[in-house]
Write a protein that binds this ligand. Structure first.
Ligand SMILES: *Cc1c(COP(=O)(O)O)cnc(C)c1O
Ligand SMILES: [Zn+2]
Length: 373
């Protein structure tokens, strides 16, 4: 396995402490993987049961026992849909999948400090695993970030850097810091996706070794969607599955650059107001891996779907009524499921996810939840 540049094809050893190519391009981890059902470490209950498929030194693993989140069937839009309970992670979102792998890798190559930028869940996850690994951590956030998330990040002992201006200003500030500190980025760093790919491994195992037909996920920077794509691609490369599920990315209408680009609109880096949606976790105006996300969705004959603010609120209320406390961003995915379900064949296996916990967004939910009348 090696680090490979998506732009110039340069190759690097996995243990080099880099997060992008010298040409500035994005890195992926490539190489022939070998994996079979016998390689699953059934002694472990969480995602590290797939460690033979994860290119990280097993002696360096930093873990809270994360993964193998329940896969429940729920009635949505008159059908039974499998919904993976990704809000039930240590730090309250599936970002822990990426953080456990990325921070384990960082530890294995002797990294003592990292920087990351986030407006929420990725920063929380990286800060939590750095606390466990005893790695110094600085999280850059937009000044306007909601206080609850700052409390969690600082509570874990990370240094907070509040940056005035937009999310893009924060991204620029962290890139300066990343000149001489390891950038534990959930969008740039390819090790993060080595963690989120376990979503696919788990779904396949939890469905009793069946391949889902359709996987519907919220998408901004694509850390979950690209992870799922990578995982299913690997399962297909080693011959464990014989077809790819259709991947469907859900975006908020108010900030939907991927849906627009995939739909044929020209601009490569759309700049759309990201502040105007409840789904703050996917309000990414300029996704770093945008092209890669669109290619992945097309390759699976999938699609993008957009949902309005009122559809998000309706989905949130419906989900709360079933006994699940999720954050509004997660409700966007469920709104997407409701919107598409009638165009999916009735016998299809549909998988979606609750990506983040509602306890992270209590004030927001308080304004949206309709009391029963
Ligand atoms: C990060 C996140 C997503 C998906 O985000 P990407 O930008 O596509 O990586 C979805 N829901 C929640 C709650 C998140 O934190
Ligand atoms: Zn390159």
């Amino acid at each position: 396995m090696m680090l490979s540049c998506r732009s110039c094809n340069a190759r690097y050893d996995l243990r080099q402490a880099i997060w992008k190519c010298h040409c500035g391009g994005l890195l992926d981890i490539t190489g022939d993987i070998e994996f079979s059902r016998d390689d699953i470490d059934s002694q472990r209950s969480g995602l590290w049961r797939y460690r033979k498929a994860i290119p990280v030194d097993p002696d360096a693993i930093v873990s809270f026992g994360e993964g193998m989140t329940p896969l429940l069937t729920l009635p949505i839009g008159g059908r039974e849909v499998f919904v993976k309970q990704e809000h039930l992670f240590q730090s309250g979102s599936y970002k822990d999948r990426g953080a456990t792998v990325l921070i384990s890798h960082a530890r294995s190559i002797g990294i003592r400090e990292v920087v990351e930028d986030s407006s929420g869940n990725a920063g929380c996850a990286i800060a939590a695993y750095c606390a466990k690994a005893d790695i110094a951590c600085e999280i850059y956030v937009p000044e306007s970030t909601s206080p609850a998330k700052l409390v969690q990040i600082e509570g874990y002992g990370a240094v907070l850097r509040k940056i005035p201006g937009t999310r893009e200003d924060t991204a620029r500030a962290v890139l300066d810091a990343a000149q001489d500190t390891y950038y534990a980025s959930h969008s740039w760093n390819p090790f993060f996706f080595q963690g989120t790919k376990t979503f696919a491994y788990e779904v396949f195992e939890q469905l009793g070794w069946r391949t889902p037909d359709v996987v519907i996920l919220p998408v901004g920077n694509g850390t979950l969607l690209l992870g799922a794509y990578l995982g299913f691609m690997e399962l297909s490369q080693v011959g464990m599955i014989d077809r790819m599920p259709r991947l469907i990315g859900v975006q908020a209408s108010a900030c939907s650059p991927l849906a627009r680009l995939a739909g044929g609109e020209e601009s490569a880096s759309p700049d759309i107001a990201s502040s105007s949606t409840l789904a703050e976790g996917i309000a990414i105006a300029q996704p770093v891996r945008g092209k890669q996300i669109i290619e992945a969705v097309r390759h699976t004959v999938g699609q993008f779907v957009t949902v309005t603010e009122s559809e998000i609120v309706d989905a949130l209320n419906q989900t709360l009524r079933m006994g699940f406390f999720i954050e509004p961003t997660s409700a966007a995915a469920i709104a997407g499921v409701r919107k598409l379900i009638h165009s999916i064949p009735p016998d299809a296996i549909i998988v979606s996810a609750f990506t983040g916990h509602g306890l992270k967004a209590v004030e927001k939910i308080a304004k949206l939840a309709h009391p029963t009348s």
